[in-house]
Design a protein around this ligand. Structure first.
Ligand SMILES: Cc1cc2nc3c(=O)[nH]c(=O)nc-3n(C[C@H](O)[C@H](O)[C@H](O)COP(=O)(O)OP(=O)(O)OC[C@H]3O[C@@H](n4cnc5c(N)ncnc54)[C@H](O)[C@@H]3O)c2cc1C
Length: 522
């Protein structure tokens, strides 16, 4: 990681940061003439870009349509219960450390982080479940206890996954996606074969037990694609899962968002909430500002962390790079149906993160990616964060989130949501052997319509564009507008892709791209 500019996201410490700072002082001088940046959206990628650009002397204004920042990672509170509306899995803590480190800060300056042990639990049936322990060594033993020889095979898989992680971080995820040549190096070339095999082929080759295969396939669901469509190179997600572990920010993922917001403000970023951007102004093919609440705000550069398709609708049609047809042909990551439940008793037989994999993922995946329809049968996920964090629910009660992944663009009605609510309750109560339905005091649902209305999300997608091979790296929508000078894009629809750590990285990449473009002109 770490680029040619000021950021040392690979964790290189302060001395190097300062040396580089002097080296690139000329950019500071240049930016004095060109310092107004308007950022559309207050999600993670936008706030990350805002921090990097503000630290370089730009005057940064963030315009967010909702009343709080965080975007997909906002928070919902009701009757003493606190829920993360979006992300709940805190993986790859190194990316967060390196991000804060770039500003001489640490995550612990803003929030308390703890490792979860067990990391999560997976139900395969009423009789069969696995708790994934907190260390790779213990997980290897769990695998061995289910299938003779599986421990050794997992060890081998994790060695290769660790190497892929290193390559991904050094040679891959911090690249701006301008050209395929960015990905070619003496380290990446020997890995080319891993782009021709899928994660599901890798897991099938390694393990006989279908449950072990499912656990290996699970992490790539975060990339928004089917394991059979995800290159085996992404086994670096298994390194993140088993070796780096699952972490939890006390108070929920939103504590990280509050940290990010505080950092941005400390760096001088001005954050405007309830400020939907209605238009991007272009003069002589150059972005000159944005319009919010009927008022024009001048800017030398415009960066959008809002969904790409929506951002382009803020431009006159002739300035849009991608057509409606282009978007229709993309493979979007799933949308979701979620329930945020306040349960007035403690729940048994579950972990903080619990996956319900007791039905076929392959059939569920067809309903998401091939024949979009409400899924039957369905997998779902439960987050019961109050198991480890007493601050998110009143004493003796539980804050529970259920999530079912869905195809984007499905018809969404209260009736359908309630049908699925009852189905989930049936399954949950049967698998975990308890009644919770009669103890629910808070019940809020969230689905396709909300994603569309709250985030201007294309077809109500939850995680942006899937990271399948043909939508990876230089094949993703470009960070720099091809038609409007000074207009840039960041976030989960651009590089490197969906997820909290990638969104943080995306803000880093776009800011480096801007500095590089300015340096070329100076
Ligand atoms: C349900 C769910 C669960 C997830 N789980 C995980 C997880 O466990 N772990 C993980 O790492 N990742 C997870 N993710 C993915 C992760 O949350 C996202 O990839 C990330 O938050 C995306 O950030 P972003 O900055 O790209 O976009 P967003 O968060 O979408 O930010 C874009 C912002 O732009 C704003 N906006 C849109 N239009 C306008 C406009 N016209 N004017 C002003 N503002 C506008 C939106 O309101 C939004 O705030 C999850 C996502 C969801 C939805």
């Amino acid at each position: 990681m770490g680029g040619p500019f000021l950021y040392h996201s690979s964790g290189t410490k302060t001395k190097k940061f300062k040396q580089r700072h002097h080296k690139y002082d000329y950019i500071r001088r240049f930016t004095n003439d060109m310092k107004q940046v308007a950022i559309i959206g207050g999600g993670i990628s936008s706030l990350s870009a805002a921090c990097y650009l503000a630290s370089q002397g730009f005057q940064v204004d963030v315009y967010e349509k909702n009343s709080t920042v965080g975007g997909r990672a906002r928070q919902y509170k009701e009757a003493g219960f606190t829920f993360d509306i979006g992300p709940t899995w805190y993986w790859m803590p190194d990316i967060f450390e390196n991000f804060f480190g770039d500003f001489n800060k640490k995550p612990s300056d803003y929030y308390q982080l703890d490792k979860l042990d067990p990391a999560y639990k997976v139900f395969f049936s009423e009789q069969d479940s696995i708790s994934i322990p907190g260390t790779a060594q213990e997980i290897i033993q769990v695998f061995e206890s289910r299938e003779k020889g599986a421990g050794r095979k997992l060890e081998k898989l994790l060695r290769s996954a660790a190497y892929n992680y290193e390559i991904a971080m050094k040679e891959f995820v911090f690249k701006p996606g301008r050209s395929p040549l960015e990905l070619v190096s003496f380290k990446t070339l020997p890995k080319a074969g891993l782009f021709l095999t899928s994660i599901s082929q890798l897991s099938a080759r390694s393990f006989k037990d279908p449950q072990l295969r499912q656990i290996i396939n699970f992490p790539v669901l975060f990339l928004g694609a089917k394991p059979s469509d995800t290159p085996a190179f992404y086994s670096f997600m298994n390194h993140a899962d088993f070796t780096m572990g699952t972490w939890y920010a006390k108070g929920g993922m939103y504590s990280f968002i509050e940290g990010l917001e505080s950092l941005a403000k400390e760096l001088g970023v001005r954050i405007h909430t309830d400020a939907p951007v209605e238009q991007i102004s272009v003069k002589g093919k150059r972005a000159t500002g944005i319009k919010t609440a009927g008022e024009w705000m001048n800017a030398d550069l415009v960066v959008s962390g809002a969904d790409y398709h929506h951002t382009e609708t803020l431009l006159e049609p002739s300035y849009r790079t991608y057509s409606e047809k282009y978007w229709e042909k993309r493979t979007f990551a799933p949308s979701a149906l979620m329930f945020f439940l306040g349960v007035d008793k403690k729940i048994q037989n579950v972990d903080h993160h619990t996956l319900f994999f007791d039905e076929s993922f392959d059939k569920h995946a067809v309903s998401i990616y091939e024949k979009p329809e409400w899924p039957e049968p369905r997998l779902f996920y439960g987050s019961i964060s109050s198991i480890t964090d007493p601050t998110v629910a009143p004493e003796g009660k539980e804050a529970v989130t259920f999530l079912i992944p869905l195809a984007p663009g499905l018809e969404d009605s209260e009736e359908i949501r309630q049908h699925y609510f009852q189905k989930i309750m049936d399954r949950f109560e049967k698998l975990t052997k308890q009644n919770i339905r009669d103890h629910i005091s808070v019940n809020k649902s969230y689905s396709v319509k909300d994603f569309t209305e709250d985030y201007n999300s294309y077809k109500g997608n939850a995680y942006g564009l899937a990271n399948i091979l043909k939508q990876t790296a230089f094949l993703r929508p470009k960070m720099k507008s091809k038609k409007v000078e000074g207009l840039y894009f960041t976030g989960q629809l651009t590089v490197p892709g969906p997820g909290v750590p990638p969104s943080l990285i995306s803000g880093n990449i776009v800011s480096k791209m801007i500095l590089k473009d300015l340096a070329k002109k100076s």
